[in-house]
Design a protein. Structure first.
Length: 148
């Protein structure tokens, strides 16, 4: 009986390890956030309905270049007045049902039309805490974690 319990216990441990290793599989995507994140970072149209369907206003305000860099306070209110170079790269996703952690890096460089850098951030790591609804394949960003 003791031998049987040991085998069952080892089987359970092995199953747990396989599940954990599966969560670390490289390039496995549970959700695709790139498109809506790029829109949130770069839009000069404000907090649109499309963005609002995936994140609260507070998170949008922490992402949008016009909000974060105070461009509207400087009289810059659209993409025609500045050049914004933007890169977004996803490192990995980790799932703890129904939460998906998405680790990304982004770079933003904002230049005026004299080609002078007026703001930016370079290779900034961030983690998004995202809740996925499996019934309709919808997701919502709950939190943005970024070192200051």
């Amino acid at each position: 009986m003791k031998k049987y319990l040991t085998i069952v216990f080892l089987g359970i441990i092995l199953a747990i390890l396989i599940c954990l290793i599966d969560n670390y599989t490289e390039n496995y995507k549970y959700i695709t956030v790139d498109t809506i994140l790029q829109e949130a970072f770069l839009t000069d149209e404000g907090y649109t309905a499309d963005i609002a369907s995936h994140m609260p206003l507070a998170i949008f305000q922490k992402l949008n270049v016009y909000e974060v860099y105070g461009l509207k306070d400087r009289g810059i209110d659209n993409n025609e007045q500045v050049k914004v170079a933007f890169a977004l790269e996803e490192s990995y996703q980790f799932k703890i049902f129904p939460i998906v952690l998405v680790k990304m890096h982004y770079t933003i460089e904002i230049k005026d039309f004299n080609n002078q850098v007026i703001g930016g951030s370079y290779d900034v790591p961030m983690i998004l805490v995202v809740k996925k609804s499996y019934g309709d394949n919808h997701w919502d960003i709950l939190k943005k974690i970024e070192r200051a």
